[in-house]
Design a protein around this ligand. Structure first.
Ligand code: HEC
Length: 164
């Protein structure tokens, strides 16, 4: 019994080799004393010409609108309702619930300015934000961003027909 206890104590002692105590690099520290490290930081610099996996497909999806369809428009209406309507309003005039609580009112999508805006400008606003509006790159896949743009076009068309 005593021997077993001793073995157990020794085994447990072996587990105390804390990883905190080991030599290691800290990602963004200066390379310091490391000789011949390729960059000033301990994070290895990317090899020139490196393209992250999937980046080319992502770029293509951002620059090429998917073909218009009822399904795309329906998706756009749904995503718009979730992500944009709280500020821009269900009708796109800027009368959302967040604006009613004091957030600055965006201009209507049917303003001459935004009616004339090309898709690249709308895509930039959705992806990176614009002025006081934050971007939605994290929340919306490129295809979803295009679906919202299609829906904004539909709102603009409906407004021009109703003369709003
Ligand atoms: C939290 C409120 C808020 C949300 C949510 C929001 N916006 Fe905005 N948006 C604004 C405001 C405010 C402006 C005007 C920016 C300014 O004047 O600072 C704006 C401006 C814009 C513009 C005009 C950009 C330009 O080039 O002039 C577009 C397009 C736009 N928003 C689209 C969207 C879309 C699409 C969504 C949903 C994916 C969205 N916004 C979600 C508040 C919001």
């Amino acid at each position: 019994m005593k021997r077993m206890l001793l073995a157990l104590v020794l085994m447990l002692a072996g587990c105390d080799e804390s990883m905190d105590g080991q030599n290691r690099f800290h990602t963004y520290d200066a390379a310091g004393s490391v000789q011949a490290w390729p960059g000033p930081s301990e994070e290895l610099p990317l090899v020139p010409g490196t393209v992250p996996q999937g980046q080319a497909a992502h770029d293509a999806a951002l620059s090429t609108p998917p073909p218009a369809s009822d399904a795309l428009l329906a998706r756009g209406q749904q995503r718009y309702g979730i992500y944009c309507a709280p500020c821009h309003g269900v009708d796109g005039t800027g009368s959302g619930i967040i604006v009613a609580r004091g957030f600055p009112k965006p201009e209507s999508f049917s303003s001459p300015d935004l009616r004339a805006a090309d898709s690249a400008r709308l895509m930039r606003a959705i992806s990176q934000g614009s002025g006081r509006m934050y971007g939605f790159a994290e929340e919306l896949e490129p295809r979803d961003r295009w679906s919202i743009i299609a829906y904004i076009r539909a709102l603009q068309l409906a407004d021009s027909r109703s003369g709003r």
